[in-house]
Design a protein around this ligand. Sequence first.
Ligand code: 5GP
Length: 191
Amino acid sequence: MQLLKERILKDGTVKPGNVLKVDSFLNHQIDIQLLNEIGKEFKRRFADCPITKILTIEASGIGIACIAAQYFDNVPVVFAKKTQSINLDGEMYSTKIESFTHKKVYDVILAKKFLTAEDHVLVIDDFLANGCAMLGLLDIVKKSGAALEGAGIVIEKGFQQGGKLIRDMGVRLESLAIIDSMTDDSLTFRE
Ligand code: 5GP
């Protein structure tokens, strides 16, 4: 997605530890016009899928998913919640996710009533790096019995393993910008 790539080049900054900061338009301040274009692009790429629900994870996935949902006939958005400890209770799906940016393991939970075997799910998130967050979300989808239609990512760091891992599982993964390499002073995209 050209508009997104241009914005990453203009406003993204590379931090130590292979972290791309996009705080001025995606992760802290949010550019709604850009998010609208991102939502339209997800719809264009998954137009043939009978999506009934969008699944994401707090916090940064929520805004992206909510705007995208408006282009999918206003399907509900449900987000997995991160919690430090869980009292396992029968009404929740739970899975563990290791955070790339915070280097912590979270329990992640989702109420069973909000994702069921009748659902056709599109999973959306801001970044794909090592794939832990996505694997956790896919685990929740699997536990729910819902049909996984695909996964949409705004920025994939193609030099980390997540993309290959998820595609090798046979998941239809669409990333709007795939970064092949990044350093302090250069950033390249996959065509
Ligand atoms: P993964 O689980 O694929 O390793 O990492 C995905 C999650 O980590 C995303 O939900 C995102 O919040 C965060 N993340 C991973 N890499 C980056 C990055 O380079 N920049 C930012 N801002 N977030 C990242």
